[in-house]
Design a protein around this ligand. Structure first.
Ligand SMILES: [Zn+2]
Length: 307
């Protein structure tokens, strides 16, 4: 079964496209793989998601049968619940059950029919608590910062702001961030999430660059040869860091610091969600959909993996 066949739900004769383009589109959160197109006719989404994604739209749908619930994961991320005549339908999108540094964890919604995203739906993926990772990160940074600079290459939207908050609160560090990261962080601040950072294109950054610093660049801008360029430019070692759930299984040869710091549910969280949601039918999509679906079948669920 294809994702496009289940990624739409009807309510009172209207079809809601779930993280896909249509006359009426639901956007679960602002990550680019969940936002198809910047122009929409009618949307269902949180204000923060629309702001972060830069989506232009004609109108927002408010409907008594449609309810949004927190999804954790990042600022503005939601799950959608639709009350239908035959029972309720819930679509999770990316979610995290645990609190992050910049968001509250997702609520588990009881559903008759559930469509769940399974990014880390393999038993290989278990993530330590973020507070534990923050303590490890603090030591990893401190041990290197007296010798040189530390630069993290992470997603500009969501992960960067988690990192900024963690550096502010656990390490008493104000990082220097790329303009793209600063632009997103500014939106976080506008939505009530205080963050302390320095835009690398500001006068303040000129001062910060005189000392050893912690930097944040978008993952998309990272190249292994950057290490040599930054080392030569600042005349001191440059260490690189990565924060990703994939680090739980694949040790990095490129990054000096690589922690399994994720804003997704891990395998146990995914199973916990389904157990508490207790759906009559569950559709699983995303990475490891087949693996998670088979686990759910063994637990007695009518589960279908969706490509
Ligand atoms: Zn996401």
């Amino acid at each position: 079964m294809q994702f496009k066949d289940v990624a739409r739900v009807d309510v009172d004769g209207r079809t809601i496209c779930l993280d896909c383009s249509g006359e009426l589109s639901y956007i679960s959160h602002a990550h680019s793989d969940h936002v198809s197109g910047k122009k929409k006719n009618e949307v269902i989404a949180s204000d923060a998601t629309l702001h972060l994604a830069g989506v232009q739209f004609n109108s927002k749908l408010v409907h008594e049968r449609v309810k949004l619930h927190p999804a954790g994961h990042m600022l503005g991320a939601t799950q959608i619940e639709v009350q239908r005549d035959g029972g309720n339908f819930v679509y999770t999108g990316d979610f995290s059950l645990n609190d992050g540094f910049t968001y509250k964890g997702a609520h588990i919604i009881e559903a008759d029919e559930l469509l769940i995203e399974s990014t880390y739906g393999s038993p290989d993926y278990h993530f330590p608590k973020k507070e534990e990772l923050a303590e490890i990160l603090k030591k990893e940074i401190q041990s290197r910062l007296s010798f040189g600079n530390v630069v993290f290459a992470v997603y500009a939207t969501g992960k960067s702001q988690e990192l900024i908050k963690m550096l502010n609160e656990y390490c008493n560090i104000t990082p220097v961030v790329s303009p793209e990261v600063a632009r997103v962080s500014e939106i976080y601040v506008k939505h009530g999430q205080p963050l302390s950072y320095i835009n690398s294109h500001s006068d303040e950054a000129v001062e910060a660059f005189r000392e050893n610093f912690v930097g944040i660049i978008p993952k998309s801008q990272f190249r292994p040869e950057l290490r040599m360029r930054l080392t030569q430019h600042y005349h001191k070692p440059c260490y690189f860091g990565s924060l990703s759930g994939w680090n739980a299984k694949f040790p990095s040869e490129v990054f000096d610091i690589a922690l399994p710091f994720s804003d997704h549910a891990d395998f146990n969280d995914l199973v916990e969600y389904v157990d508490h949601s207790d759906p009559k039918k569950v559709y699983v999509f995303g990475a490891f959909a087949e693996t998670l679906s088979n686990v759910l079948k063994l637990r007695g669920y009518q589960s279908i993996a969706v490509k």
